[in-house]
Design a protein around this ligand. Structure first.
Ligand SMILES: Cc1cc2nc3c(=O)[nH]c(=O)nc-3n(C[C@H](O)[C@H](O)[C@H](O)COP(=O)(O)OP(=O)(O)OC[C@H]3O[C@@H](n4cnc5c(N)ncnc54)[C@H](O)[C@@H]3O)c2cc1C
Length: 387
């Protein structure tokens, strides 16, 4: 249940929408050119409470539920995706692990600062050779005295260069019948033996940073073990990712809407031989396909979010939404470039940025192939169970 009524949510949504469209959209090029989100925008984001919009009010957040989260995400998707990345890990994959699995003491220690943006939290699951299959991760946590010693390497970790806290998944024992043997730890970025590598040079999403994170004999106290149990790690990762998938789907819808709006605006005025290209039926067909994708995606996201919140489906629907919407935005962005002709291939044109940025959405928080496995495998297993 949301802590915020729909009446109270309305002005929050309106404020975010206005902020994105009037404050961030005009500065997209600056974000791209400097590979960072300007400090004044970060400050406004913090003042609006966006570092903690999905964190319960008890811990200083806005307390929005996933049906409200997706409405905001559709707005964030309308501009450079680096904006969302600033606070995406705090509210999403990293923050939700603490919200759902942290002990009271762990929540007290970290959540308020995460919600305010004083602390940036990163979610460190992926490793070389353990991306789609995180159960194969090799980072180890070994019990020593009244704490743990962590060794291993994580890869492509969003916000690592700016992080104050890492939510780190590590193996405490080999996988066995009792589970995959993966625990999750809270590791401050300034821990001895923790090293963040250079920023990755990516295809897109300038201003959103990722890096490797290496753990060399990093010592943490017992109180750093999330939930005080070695057994919650894998479940925490899976539930945090499932929720995140609905959010990413919404982000995709926002980007698709922007690509559509840019396409319509361009088609209405750009001319060939004195005729606006929007008068050509083949161009109209491309716009029609974009609009259809956006509307279908938006409806699906809202349905998946409602099912998640009611508890009816927290596994298959998130994957369905992520699969459809991230593939959809890839197609919509591709059509947007096509509608713009050669102009669409030029730097500085919004659809060129969108084309590069949305490619990532099909890769992280589970590739499209992994979503298909979750959906297809889940349905077959459910059928067998019911027989
Ligand atoms: C910019 C960026 C930011 C990221 N941020 C984070 C982060 O903050 N935290 C984090 O932990 N991770 C993060 N990731 C990692 C991301 O989640 C992984 O890259 C992703 O899950 C894919 O894993 P992989 O790169 O190891 O590719 P692989 O798993 O090696 O996939 C390669 C190909 O094989 C396919 N494949 C793999 N397994 C199967 C299978 N069983 N059946 C069929 N096909 C399969 C995949 O679908 C894909 O097409 C980020 C990645 C990027 C690029």
């Amino acid at each position: 249940m949301s802590e915020v009524s729909s009446e109270d949510f309305e002005p929050i949504l309106a404020q975010v929408r206005q902020f994105v469209r009037t404050r961030v959209v005009p500065r997209e090029q600056e974000i791209l050119d400097t590979d960072s989100v300007p400090a004044d925008i970060r400050k406004q984001v913090a003042e609006m409470g966006l570092f903690g919009y999905a964190i319960p009010q008890e811990w200083g957040g806005l307390g929005l539920d996933l049906t409200q989260d997706v409405e905001l995400a559709m707005e964030f998707g309308y501009t450079a995706l680096a904006l969302r990345s600033l606070f995406g890990t705090n509210n999403g994959i990293a923050g939700q692990v603490l919200v759902n699995y942290g002990t009271e003491e762990q929540k007290r220690l970290w959540l308020e600062r995460i919600a305010s943006g004083d602390v940036v939290a990163s979610f460190a699951l992926t490793e070389p050779g353990a991306g789609s299959n995180p159960a194969g991760l090799r980072t180890r946590a070994v019990r020593e005295g009244d704490g743990w010693v962590i060794d291993g390497q994580k890869r492509f970790i969003t916000n690592a260069p700016a992080a104050d806290l890492f939510v780190v998944f590590a193996r405490t024992r080999p996988a066995d019948d009792s589970g995959p043997g993966i625990a999750v730890f809270l590791v401050p970025a300034d821990s001895a033996g923790l090293q963040v590598g250079p920023k990755d040079r990516k295809m897109g999403q300038e201003g959103a940073w990722t890096a490797d994170v290496t753990f060399n004999g990093v010592r943490v106290p017992d109180s750093a073990l999330i939930g005080g149990s070695e057994d919650v790690g894998y479940r925490a990762a899976m539930t945090s990712l499932a929720r995140g998938r609905v959010h990413i789907a919404a982000l995709a819808v926002g980007s698709a809407q922007r690509a559509l709006d840019e396409s319509v605006a361009y088609a209405a005025v750009a001319e060939q031989g004195g005729t606006p290209i929007g008068d050509f039926q083949l161009v109209q067909a491309m716009i029609a396909d974009q609009q259809t994708g956006v509307m279908a995606g938006r409806a699906l996201v809202r349905d998946a979010a409602a099912q998640y919140v009611s508890g009816r489906d927290r596994r298959i629907a998130p994957s369905v939404a992520k699969l459809f919407c991230t593939e959809m935005v890839g197609n919509v962005a591709d059509l947007a470039v096509q509608i713009h002709g050669g102009t669409g291939y030029m730097r500085g044109v919004p659809v060129e940025r969108i084309y590069r940025e949305v490619r990532l959405l099909r890769l992280y928080e589970g590739t499209s192939e992994i979503q298909r496995l979750i959906i297809g495998g889940g349905l077959v297993r459910a059928q067998r169970k019911s027989e």
